[in-house]
Design a protein around this ligand. Structure first.
Ligand SMILES: [Zn+2]
Length: 259
């Protein structure tokens, strides 16, 4: 299988070695490694050089980060242009749902437009180079992102760890967008519901590691081998054999990312 979304650069060196070794034993053949800023993009490119068959890097700026200044944006975009052939996708990009909520709670002002503008620059880059996009856009933000994807004529969109309203889910499914499930598929009823209804040929499995999980994964280091559990849970919800689920999730990921 393939872990369709992981922050491998956020693990320490000993953990990375252990993760790669466990992958080989667990039957995990590849990782889509997303980035959070320029430094993180460079780290993921270095990991792709170290593990060329395994690590497929995506470059971008995580939307839950503080807004970058203009110089940072230009440095990142020009570096991405230079390394364009090395990147599998543009990501992680999107809109800052959790940051915005936190600021609102604290009664602090928040400029969503500046984040929308930043996202548009990445979408324009993706359109120009024909790259898929890895999106962090949940709940009402996903509607806004769908509008932008249509405006920039981007068809290959992966909404990772997605959650949102029924009408948004329907719109995304109809437009052929992909979503992915994390290990919380084993214990979050909202996600199980989504997994039952979303088209089987538009879903993938991910860990978003090193993000920690609860339920049966409490206290464990998040690892790519956990996508095997995600596949098992998805198989049960879909009423198919685990082997069939693993194949389907793997094929979907390979088709979407061209790996
Ligand atoms: Zn992520």
């Amino acid at each position: 299988m393939i872990d369709a979304h992981i922050h491998l650069d956020q693990y320490n060196d000993a953990e990375i070695k252990r993760i790669v070794k466990n992958m080989q034993f667990g039957g995990i053949e590849g990782l889509v490694c997303v980035s959070t800023n320029l430094e993180s993009s460079m780290a993921n490119l270095a990991l792709a050089e170290r593990y060329p068959e395994t690590v497929h890097p995506a470059f971008g700026y995580h939307p839950e980060n503080p807004l970058p200044n203009e110089e940072e944006v230009i440095r990142l975009l020009s570096w991405m242009e230079r390394e364009e052939r090395r990147m599998i996708a543009v990501g992680e990009i999107g809109l800052p749902y959790y940051l915005r909520r936190r600021m609102a709670k604290e009664g602090r002002p928040f400029d969503l437009n500046a984040y929308v503008h930043l996202l548009e620059r990445f979408l324009s880059f993706a359109g120009q180079y024909g790259k898929p996009v890895v999106l962090h856009a949940v709940y009402e933000d996903a509607d806004l992102v769908c509008d932008l994807l249509e405006r920039y004529r981007i068809r290959k969109a992966h909404f990772h760890w997605f959650k949102g309203a029924k009408h948004t889910v329907q719109r995304m499914a109809d437009l052929g967008y992909y979503i992915s499930f994390t290990p919380d598929l084993l214990y979050e009823s909202e996600i199980m519901e989504l997994a039952r209804s979303y088209p089987a040929d538009q879903v993938m499995a991910e860990t978003d590691g090193p993000w920690p999980f609860e339920g049966p994964f409490a206290g464990q280091l998040t690892q790519p081998t956990m996508v095997l559990k995600v596949a098992e849970a998805w198989a049960a919800l879909q009423g198919v054999a685990p082997e069939e689920a693993r194949c389907q999730l793997r094929e979907n990921t390979r088709r979407f990312y061209g790996i």
